[in-house]
Design a binder for this molecule. Structure first.
Ligand SMILES: *Cc1c(COP(=O)(O)O)cnc(C)c1O
Length: 455
């Protein structure tokens, strides 16, 4: 197995911001109530000042604070592997590399943004941070960060996962966080849903609404979002910046970069640094491929327009491809990919043709995760297995064409908390889901009526 390692000194000193290099200006966010252009000050009750600044900045390089870099050293730089055993199993002439983010204490890339977000909150005197979590990866990353900087963390966890996946909740509580099942009695948004539907399984959009409402109701509390927004994508670029150096060490350059997309943060964090020079100078770019679940095909089948990140419509209107904030995805096991929208920067690069998207069914994805476990050894998250499946499809296409191809994919996290899903797959109990055009149309109806993006 070939493994490319960097030293601690080689952790990047700056995050890369794609905003100045986009092919068109990023359309403004809109205020959720007035639909006027959102001003940074409108976010002050929700986010710490430094994070707001990072959300809007058009500086290409943003300095990583020394305390954050120091904390990154707990597990960064992360390794880059060449998947030689997988290549042999596939009998492909393609070379496959993967950047492995599963080595962080909470087990995924989400720690890359949890650390700076909690750090900025702590520095600005915020005592308590709220958030949503689906399967629990983001909640556990934030709980981990809270324990390091002595900030209280309150997590609203989607009820379905809360009941079915107790281990992530145990992990959050071990790091000292408090976890409520969403919908909860703690917020108006939660109580309204419970009154209508006492057994509601909840959704990510609703959990965001509860966490936002909680943060808005208390002076000492702010909100933290695990994906989609510019500052989150910015923090995740440590992945791609490291991977670029590691690919240079390998002597190869990727022809195609593949990642899985939930809200788009690990994908963009890996891909944007590989696009930077090409976007800035109009030079050649690698192909950039986004893998998403067929049960939540935001880029493949959503509509580009303004939408809220949450169901109650408390969050700002973001210019993005969306399935509608009322979209309730089927209960696939890649919980981290069940989000109705995607990062505005990623959506813009998809609109401009710089990013391709591909929707995948969960059985083909799990089949690939099992082949990977039996060749490369790691048992990976179902989310990450979408990226893997996309990469394998590329490798098989290279074999069919008898063509040289270098493939890099993002392995966003380990699958040690997903073994019940592997069990279901191995027992032949996993379902594939096909959304009809009618279902998609009905869901798109839940997008708010606004002016078109860019006007
Ligand atoms: C949350 C999560 C994702 C999806 O989130 P993005 O913001 O799209 O990166 C992917 N993989 C893992 C392991 C996750 O925890």
């Amino acid at each position: 197995m070939k493994k490319f390692l960097l030293s601690e000194d080689e952790i990047p000193h700056h995050w890369y911001n794609v905003l100045p290099d986009l092919p068109a200006a990023l359309p403004p966010y809109l205020h959720p109530a007035t639909q006027h252009t959102l001003k940074p000050a409108d976010l002050e009750a929700l986010l710490p000042r430094h994070v707001i600044e990072q959300e809007f900045t058009t500086e290409r390089w943003v300095e990583i604070p020394e305390e954050v870099r120091d904390t990154y050293k707990m597990w960064r730089p992360t390794p880059l592997y060449r998947a030689e055993r997988l290549e042999r199993a596939l009998d492909t002439p393609a070379r496959i590399y993967y950047k492995f983010e599963g080595t962080s204490p909470p087990g995924s890339h989400k720690a890359n943004t949890a650390i700076p977000q909690v750090y900025y909150n702590a520095r600005e005197g915020v005592r308590r941070v709220t958030t949503e979590t689906g399967a629990g990866q983001w909640g556990s990353a934030l709980s981990f960060a809270g324990s390091l900087f002595d900030v209280e963390v309150a997590v609203y966890m989607v009820r379905a996962s809360f009941d079915q996946k107790p281990y992530r909740r145990n992990l959050m509580e071990t790091w000292g966080a408090s976890v409520a099942a969403s919908p909860s009695e703690l917020t108006k948004a939660g109580r309204e849903v419970l009154a209508r539907e006492p057994d509601s399984p909840g959704s990510l959009g609703l959990a965001i609404s509860e966490a936002v409402e909680d943060a808005l109701s208390r002076e000492d509390t702010r909100f933290a979002l695990g994906s989609a927004m510019n500052h989150v994508v910015l923090h995740q670029t440590v992945i791609g910046l490291e991977a670029k150096r590691q690919m240079e060490m390998s002597g190869d350059a990727p022809d195609v970069v593949v990642g899985c997309v939930g809200g788009g943060s690990n994908f963009s964090g890996l891909a944007f640094p590989f696009m930077a020079e090409g976007l800035a100078n109009g030079g050649a770019l690698p192909r950039i491929l986004a893998a998403e679940p067929a049960a939540c095909p935001t880029l493949s089948r959503g509509r580009y327009g303004y939408d809220h990140p949450d169901t109650a419509g408390l969050g700002p209107l973001l210019p993005m491809r969306s399935l509608g904030s009322g979209f309730i995805p089927a209960p696939i096991h890649a919980g981290g990919l069940r989000f109705h929208g995607d990062a505005p920067t990623l959506c813009l690069l998809h609109e401009s043709g710089h990013v391709e998207a591909r929707a995948l069914q969960q059985n083909e994805v799990f089949r690939e995760a099992v082949r990977f476990a039996r060749s490369e050894g790691f048992v990976i998250a179902p989310e990450s297995a979408h990226a893997l499946r996309g990469a394998v499809q590329e490798a098989l296409a290279a074999r069919a064409a008898n063509e040289d191809r270098t493939i890099l994919f993002g392995l966003s996290g380990h699958g040690h908390f997903d073994l019940a899903a592997f069990d279901a797959f191995l027992a032949g109990r996993l379902e594939d889901y096909d959304l009809t055009d009618e279902q998609i149309r009905a869901s798109l109806e839940t997008m708010p009526r606004t002016a078109p993006v860019g006007e």
